[in-house]
Design a protein around this ligand. Structure first.
Ligand code: ADP
Ligand code: MG
Length: 392
């Protein structure tokens, strides 16, 4: 989907207040009754309804009157909440062009006040399940039980935590800057995805570096699980950076060995095909660990033996066991339900141009502040912290 941030400039405090109220309502309603939105927002004189019409016009919420008069956030609405919060924190000041589209993410350039360009990844887990629901495929129906806000937020939280920990342990990953809701801000990697590279000066060295990384990750207790030419960036000096971490697992995962071998296999295959790397290492086609001449594929069991405990550190970092289990369930179901309809329209609708935007700071008081003071609705409506803050 495209992200038109132009409207962000014109949204008022009340607009954001009501948008936040819809977000809060979505904790326990797929479609939030208008009346509940009004109660949470606590605007005077029916102000909420007027604001909702404006949000609807800007495609920040979706109206649904099938069962009752209700609203839910669109991706765009959720994007705006995250962007606004991060801008208020001073993390960046403008949104630029789109630099990547993943199956379940959109990546944009953003710039800080002083002109530093960073990368913003907006997670869109559940994008495919929306389509599944739309196309009424029965066997995917149960995926409705996953709330896309929750899943996208988990993916961002996990990605941020892993990126940070890996960076701290010296792995070549983007610098994790901040995260909020489904949005991760990281340093912009110079270079290109390996898949776009047709020629290397030192394919052997690059191959060894990449294999070495898979092994070193496992020695730290982790498996990437999507280690392939799409998630490896390489620059003109053939220095590599690994990206994309939401699917990582611990070496103690029940399928760890399979994931590890699959990551290794992907790299062997790619280098073989693209760079014709027919080293003796590459001639092992049957998945066995040794070619009988002393060169061998990295063996999961021998790596695991000495595995460190980065996986446990991460488990303690706020990315909870339940979050991990929910993510894994989703990823597994997603793998089962893969279809080729991935370029259907999404729920935001029409493609809209991307504008470079200097966000107006006047309206940008911290979203999370002061909601209680104006709340005339039910007790405790605003008591929970909302959104996801990774940096406190
Ligand atoms: P997905 O999980 O959807 O696969 P990725 O994290 O792999 O998303 O990003 C998709 C694409 O966006 C990448 O292939 C890359 O081209 C680009 N990209 C992602 N992160 C960065 C970054 N930090 N710097 C530069 N480009 C990036
Ligand atoms: Mg990727």
């Amino acid at each position: 989907m495209k992200l038109d941030v132009n409207a962000l400039r014109y949204l008022t405090k009340d607009d954001f207040r009501v948008l936040t109220a819809v977000e809060m309502g979505m904790r326990n309603h797929e479609i939030v009754p208008a009346e509940l939105v009004d109660r949470i927002a606590g605007l005077k004189h029916g102000g909420t309804y007027k604001v909702l019409r404006n949000l609807l016009k800007n495609k920040l919420v979706h109206h649904d009157a099938t069962k009752y008069d209700g609203y839910r956030l669109t991706y765009l609405g959720y994007d705006f909440l995250a962007i606004k919060t991060l801008v208020n924190r001073g993390v960046f000041a403008s949104v630029g062009r789109q630099i990547g589209v993943g199956k379940e993410s959109d990546i944009f350039e953003v710039a800080t006040e002083d002109g530093t360009v960073l990368a913003m990844k907006l997670h869109r887990l559940g994008r495919t399940s929306f389509r599944a629901v739309k196309s009424k495929r029965d066997y995917l129906r149960h995926r409705r039980s996953f709330n896309w806000l929750y899943l996208s937020r988990l993916a961002a939280l996990k990605e941020f935590a892993f990126m940070k920990a890996l960076g701290d342990h010296g792995f070549p990953v983007p610098t994790a800057v901040d995260c909020n809701r489904h949005c991760v801000i990281m340093s912009l990697v110079q270079g290109y995805p390996l898949v776009q590279v047709k020629e290397l000066q030192n394919p052997d060295d690059v191959f060894d570096t990449i294999l070495g990384l898979i092994v070193r990750l496992a020695e730290h207790g982790l498996i990437h699980c999507d280690f392939n030419e799409f998630n490896i960036m390489i620059d003109d000096d053939e220095k590599i950076t690994v990206i994309d971490f939401p699917q990582m697992v611990s070496v103690s995962h029940r399928n760890a060995q399979m994931f590890f071998d699959r990551d290794i296999e992907c790299i062997y295959k790619f280098f073989n095909k693209r760079f014709n790397l027919k080293s003796e290492k590459n001639e092992v086609e049957d998945g066995s660990e040794s070619d009988g001449e002393g060169t061998s594929r990295p063996s999961f069991l021998s790596v695991k033996k000495d595995a460190g405990s980065l996986d446990k550190e991460l488990a303690a970092s706020g990315f909870t066991r339940k979050a991990q289990v929910d993510m894994e369930k989703y990823i597994e179901e997603d793998a089962e339900g893969q279809d080729s309809s991935s370029d259907d329209d999404d729920e935001i609708g029409d493609a809209v141009p991307i504008y470079s935007l200097k966000i107006d700071q006047d309206h940008s008081d911290e979203l999370d502040c002061n909601l209680t003071s104006r709340n005339s609705g039910g007790p405790g409506t605003f008591s929970e912290e909302h959104g996801t803050s990774c940096s406190g």
